[in-house]
Each structure stands twice: as structure tokens, then as C-alpha cells.
Design a protein around this ligand. Structure first.
Ligand SMILES: Cc1ncc(COP(=O)(O)O)c(C=O)c1O
Length: 712
């Protein structure tokens, strides 16, 4: 036996649609009348059984016909009602619910035997065998607010039983009494009105925090069509409702509780269990009454895998208010068709899209998230700074501390300047080089990405030829080509800008030839130009000291960003003493460049990477992924190329010039919970454990199998 529901048992009599109560004795024909087992204990019990749980329900009903009916319905639905007490001479609680055409549901209610339920009516022996106890409506079964019952609940929880609590009334006095239960339950699930009435708080989030402070491990406030708000010590997050054709919302709260509890009993975390609750509620909303629409667990959970309706809705709204609906590198229209555009949250190496689908994330937000989403040390440092202030009249002490950390960590850095994006940093580095040399030309590799300002954006739209006139291109890894490029602008080269390895989109990646790196250094010295390493993408994933440090090649200037602060917005240029004076002459600034929170996050990120050897962790996980993918590709008969450092990996299919195989495979990976990219390199984080990679490889294996079937 698994779950015991305790509390309110009601017979619901529902009619739909009812737009008004007729005058006098008039009759109005309606489409449907139903009688159901309802109430926060009985309704939830029925839903729990449908979701595959064994359920015993406890409480009281009258010895009237409605009581007979309720017992018969519960039995028919598979709920063990043998512990329900029948009170001689009392009425069974019942509601008449004329459902309005818009789903609204006024009610007429007789509380009946529920009001008299006490601890003596419960079977403590059965409760002791339960894996979960759900208290349904203890605000109206106030006889249960008994110290002996609290003691039993505490003992049950100590032995591992999960205790959840839902409420029924919207009466402040009754709800106030139910607060006595809060220290004795694991999760409380009020609706928005109840949460606010119980606490006097201004909004559901504040109310949830107030309820949490009274003892439970979590508070889940149901918000109707806005979904639910989950608040625990670690999480405050809204779970969106699933889009569905709403016929009648009666019983949605009970279904949410049943789905949530079922999720917990299946070992899911609180957020995932909340999504199970959301799916169960969405099922029940489709029909008249407390249990219609809910049939079984699999079809309920399938709703979570269903077409991404929230994403589609957001896309169509965005199309009206954002050019093209989305722009730039995160525009999902540029990837394979199944890619979600909108995301709800991230945790460690996982992300969830707005439709609740979970992915093991190998893009890490296109680089920034290097320690895993919401890394505690980074979040703590950011929150500590945020509590003091972020964007002030000047930088905080943290700017000096962060610059000192960079200077201590990066051998080529004698100073640091901060900004926001990688493009700020590459642009600023070239300004320093030009200020130092008084020259104009910049040598850059053909096809390299250095950002999205007019001088470097890959699309010429919106730029003028003048803005690109000072760039001279060379071929990556060809010293000959670099020297030839320099010769065309002899005497006017301000800088050579180069990425630590070749990571152009749509192409296999190429590690730098050490001779090329050394040759570029020597050429810059010979020309009196600055060697600028654009470490925006690779920085903090190859070597904390700078990505060419292993080759013994030190730049004059380095541009950093992406992984520097685990997702907080910051970029930096570091440089040598020789360029300090030139850097000082620039007027280079921005409204948000000196915000302290991102700086605090950057310091915590770099220190964590250093203290935990985060790069070694990424190397291990990346090597495991690469090896696993090679084996799988071979087993499925695909020739693949895996290129770049294992911490910034990419996989392409041999002969797949139009990327159709890569598009199909990456889309299939998504369907199996793995987020990779068809034409841009991926990123590992220090949060990818061996188990995460092993789980991801299960998904990629299925994706290879499906791709083989498609391209047989
Ligand atoms: C090598 C390199 N440089 C510069 C940039 C530009 O950085 P941001 O997008 O932060 O402006 C990027 C971004 O992907 C990059 O990969």
C-alpha cells in the first residue's frame, strides 16, 4: 500500500453549461450532469489511483444515500474506502456546481460529516505503513489539528513517509487554524488565494516564503492558468500550466496534488514532480468533474513530451514585437526544426525549455556556463554583492580584486579592463593596439568570428565598406599567408588578432599549429604590432593562464568573456605593461560595464575553476563523450569527425556537405534529452559528471539509430 489520503470527502453534482438560474419553476436544458467523488481527500485519492498508486482514504461520511454513492464510486475507481467512518444520522458532504460556459464554477455546499473528523477516526496502523500521506482539507476537518496526530505525522516523516497538505476553504479563520500543520508536513499546496489569506502577504511568492518559514520543505502555490509557483530553500520558480482546452477546472488542484505526489514517489525532484502535477491538472481540466480526462500515468506524462505549445505561443507573440521573432546566434530558426526557442531554467549541466522538456546541455548557453547552471559558490558571491548594490556611481572594491586575480592568474596580464561582451573586448583590444602603434590595419583569419560590431559581424547588412576597410585576411595556421597579408600593408599593421584554435561555424575545428602560434608572435614583434589573442570562446576551458600558454606563446593583449563569470555578463581585456599607457588614453566605457555583481561572479568563477581544477573535470567528461560518440558512430555505420579540444567539442558527419545528417541527428538527440548543435561547436562544463555523460550517451545512441534508419 502506498498512499493514504486523509480529510475531506464530498459528492460533487455538476451541470454544464449553466449561464443563469432560471426564474420560478423554469427548466433549462444542459449538456451534461455528472456525480463524482470529490473533495481534497476523495478527489485526490481517485486521481492517485489513476496515476498508478495504491490508495487508502480516511475521513467520514454520513450513513445517507450520498454516502452509499460515494463509497460505491470510490470502490469502482479502485480506492480502498474501508477505513472511511460512516456517521449515523449525519449527512455526507455534497456540492452542487453549476459550471458556467466559461468554466467558472460557483458552488452550493453542505459540509456534512467532514466537519466532525477527528484523529480518533483515523487508522494509525495503516498510516504507519504508508509511503505517503496526503492531508486534504485539514482547514475544514479541524478536529484533526490534534497534537497526537502531529506527533504521528512527525514520526512518519522521520521514517521516510512523505506528507503533503492541500487546503479547501477560502476562509481566513479556517486557513489560519491550518497553519498549525505546517511544521508537520513536507509540502503544502495552497492555491493563490489561500496562500495570500493565510499569510497576509502581498503576492504568492511572498506568501510562499512566509509559509516555508513555518516548517515545510516546500510550498507549491497553484496559480490557475498561470501554472504554479514552487518555493523551497533552493528554488523559487514558476512552472507554466500546459496549454489545454479548458472545459471545467473542478478538481484541477486535486489532480495537481496527485501528480506531484506521484512524481515524488517515483523519485523525481520537486520541480519535475511539480511538472507531473501540472500535467495531471491539464488532463482533468479537459472534462466535467474532478477526475475526467485523467486515465493513466503514461498518457499524462506524454503531455509533457507533447508538441511544444508554450514555445510556439511565445514565438508567435515574439513575431509581433521582436524583429523576426528572434535574432542573433540564439535564433532557433537557424538550427534543426525541433529546437526550442525559449528556456525556463537551468541547473548543473541540465536545462529545461518552457514546455518542461529536460536536456543534458552540451551548449552551456554557447559557452558562458562553465561550472554548471546556478553554481552555488558563484550564486552566493553574486547574491552577496547584489544585496549591497550592483550598478553604483563607481565600481566596487571587487573590480580591483578581480583585476588582481586576472593579473595573478594570466602570465601575460599586467592589467585588466572590463566591459560586458566579447565584442566589447575584441574591439577594445584593437583600440589599445591602434592607440599604441598609431597604425590602422588589423590582420585576422579568414572566416574567424570576433564579434558582432560593424567591423567584424559576419553579415555585411547594416555595415559600410569603410568599417571593414582596415581588415586584412590570412588563412588560419598558415604562416606564409599571415606574412603575405602583413606584406600588403607593410608599416601599417596595428595588430594581429587570432583565436587560440580555429573554431569557425559549419567547419571542422582545427587546433593551432605550435609553429604558427610562435610564428605569429615573432611576426608581431618584427612588425612592432600587437598580438591579440581572442580567447572569448576558448578562455577558461583550455588553460586558465591563457589558451596559448601551453605553447609558450604569450600575447600582448587578450580578449576574454563567455566563461569568465559562469553566465553573468562581463568581458575583459588584459595586456602587458608596454601597452598600459595606450590603454589609459582610450575613452572606452559603458553604463553597465562596472556593475559589481558580474565582477563578484567572475571572481568566484575563476577561483572555483582554479581551486577545483575545473578544466581537468571538463577534459575528463569531454574525453568520455568523444570516445562514446566514436564507438556509437562506428557501431551505427557512420564516419564522423570529432574536432577541437575535448572541452569545446564538435562532431560532423563525413560527406555531409549540406548538414542534413547533422541536422537530423542533433534533432533526434534533442528528442532523447541531449542538447547538442548541428553546426556550431559545443561546450563542456565542470558540472558534467561521468554519470551525466553516460546518460547523454544513451540518448545519442538512440539518435544514431534513428539517423541510420532515416539515412539507410
Ligand atoms: C572568438 C569570439 N570572439 C568574440 C565573440 C563575441 O562575443 P560576444 O557575443 O559576447 O560579443 C565570440 C562570440 O561567440 C567569439 O566566439
Amino acid at each position: 500500500m502506498t498512499v493514504v489520503t486523509v480529510g475531506v470527502h464530498i459528492v460533487d453534482i455538476l451541470a454544464r453549461p449553466v449561464s443563469h438560474i432560471p426564474e420560478g419553476q423554469d427548466t433549462v436544458l444542459v449538456d451534461e450532469i455528472r456525480l463524482t467523488a470529490a473533495g481534497a481527500a476523495a478527489g485526490t485519492a481517485v486521481d492517485l489511483v489513476k496515476l498508478g498508486n495504491d490508495v487508502v482514504t480516511m475521513g467520514a461520511v454520513g450513513d445517507d444515500e450520498l454516502g452509499d454513492f460515494l463509497l460505491a464510486v470510490l470502490a469502482r475507481r479502485g480506492v480502498d474506502a474501508s477505513r472511511l467512518v460512516r456517521r449515523a444520522g449525519e449527512r455526507t458532504a455534497a456540492s452542487i456546481l453549476p459550471i458556467r460556459p466559461d468554466g467558472g464554477r460557483p458552488s452550493f455546499h453542505v459540509p456534512g460529516a467532514n466537519l466532525g473528523v477527528t484523529y480518533a477516526d483515523l487508522d494509525a496502523d495503516v498510516l504507519r505503513t504508508a509511503r505517503a500521506v496526503h492531508l486534504g482539507g485539514v482547514d475544514v476537518t479541524f478536529g484533526l489539528g490534534d497534537p497526537a496526530f502531529f506527533e504521528l505525522l512527525d514520526a512518519l516523516r522521520a521514517s521516510g513517509t512523505i506528507v503533503t497538505m492541500d487546503l479547501l476553504s477560502e476562509m481566513p479563520d479556517l486557513l489560519g487554524m491550518a497553519r498549525a500543520f505546517l511544521p508537520h508536513v513536507d509540502y503544502v499546496l495552497p492555491n493563490e488565494t489561500q496562500a495570500v489569506l493565510m499569510t497576509g502577504a502581498a503576492d504568492p511568492a511572498e506568501a510562499a516564503r512566509a509559509l516555508l518559514a513555518e516548517g515545510p520543505r516546500g510550498v507549491l502555490v497553484t496559480l490557475g492558468e498561470s501554472g504554479s509557483l514552487v518555493v523551497t530553500a533552493d528554488v523559487t520558480e514558476q512552472v507554466p500550466a500546459l496549454k489545454t482546452e479548458v472545459a471545467d477546472t473542478t478538481g484541477c488542484g486535486d489532480a495537481y496534488c496527485a501528480g506531484f505526489l506521484t512524481g515524488l514517489l517515483h523519485g523525481q525532484d520537486v520541480m519535475t514532480a511539480a511538472r507531473w502535477g501540472t500535467a495531471a491538472a491539464a488532463r482533468v481540466a479537459t472534462g466535467l468533474g474532478s477526475d475526467v480526462g485523467l486515465t493513466d500515468l503514461d498518457s499524462t506524462l506524454a503531455l509533457l513530451q507533447g508538441p511544444p505549445m508554450i514555445d510556439a505561443d511565445l514565438r508567435s507573440r515574439a513575431a509581433k514585437v521582436v524583429p523576426g521573432g528572434m535574432y542573433g546566434h540564439l535564433n532557433a530558426a537557424l538550427f534543426a526544426p525541433g529546437y526550442p526557442q525559449f528556456f525556463a531554467r537551468g541547473e548543473g549541466c541540465r536545462q529545461w525549455d518552457v514546455d518542461g522538456r529536460e536536456y543534458i546541455d552540451f551548449m552551456c548557453s554557447w559557452g558562458p556556463v562553465v561550472l554548471g547552471h546556478r553554481h552555488p559558490r558563484v550564486e552566493e558571491a553574486a547574491a552577496r554583492q547584489a544585496a549591497l548594490g550592483d550598478c553604483l556611481n563607481g565600481p566596487g572594491a571587487i573590480m580591483v580584486e578581480l583585476a588582481e586575480l586576472l593579473v595573478d592568474t594570466v602570465p601575460s596580464a599586467d592589467w585588466a579592463m572590463f566591459s560586458k561582451n566579447g565584442t566589447d573586448a575584441t574591439t577594445q583590444a584593437l583600440m589599445v593596439a591602434r592607440a599604441a602603434t598609431g597604425r590602422t590595419k588589423v590582420l585576422m583569419a579568414h572566416g574567424a568570428y570576433h564579434g558582432a560590431d560593424p567591423w567584424c559581424t559576419p553579415s555585411l547588412s547594416g555595415t559600410t565598406p569603410n568599417e571593414r576597410a582596415d581588415l586584412v585576411e590570412f588563412t588560419y595556421n598558415s604562416l606564409e599567408s599571415l606574412e603575405a597579408a602583413a606584406a600588403t600593408v607593410e608599416g601599417d599593421v596595428a595588430a594581429i588578432i587570432v583565436t587560440p584554435f580555429k573554431h569557425d561555424s559549419f567547419e571542422d575545428q582545427e587546433l593551432v599549429e605550435p609553429a604558427f602560434a610562435r610564428g605569429a608572435r615573432a611576426l608581431a614583434d618584427r612588425l612592432g604590432a600587437a598580438l591579440v589573442i581572442d580567447d572569448v570562446r576558448a578562455g577558461f576551458r583550455i588553460d586558465l593562464r591563457g589558451s596559448w600558454e601551453p605553447y609558450g606563446v604569450r600575447p600582448d593583449l587578450t580578449a576574454w568573456s563567455k566563461a569568465m563569470a559562469n553566465g553573468y555578463p562581463i568581458a575583459a581585456v588584459t595586456g602587458t605593461d608596454a601597452l598600459r599607457g595606450a590603454a589609459q588614453t582610450l575613452y572606452s566605457t559603458g553604463s553597465f560595464w562596472f556593475s559589481a555583481v558580474a565582477m563578484a561572479a567572475a571572481k568566484a568563477t575563476i577561483e572555483t575553476l582554479r581551486d577545483t581544477d575545473g578544466i581537468a573535470a571538463m577534459n575528463n567528461a569531454g574525453a568520455q563523450l568523444r570516445e562514446g560518440l566514436y564507438e556509437q558512430a562506428k557501431a551505427h555505420g557512420f564516419a564522423v569527425n570529432q574536432t577541437g579540444p575535448v572541452t569545446i567539442p564538435w562532431l560532423s558527419f563525413a560527406g555531409d556537405a549540406d548538414l542534413s545528417v547533422a541536422m537530423y541527428w542533433s534533432d533526434a538527440c534533442l528528442r532523447h534529452g541531449v542538447y547538442v548543435h548541428p553546426w556550431h561547436n559545443w561546450f563542456m562544463s565542470a558540472a558534467h559528471t561521468e554519470a551525466d555523460v553516460a546518460r547523454a550517451l544513451e540518448g545519442t545512441d538512440q539518435a544514431f539509430a534513428e539517423t541510420r534508419a532515416r539515412f539507410a
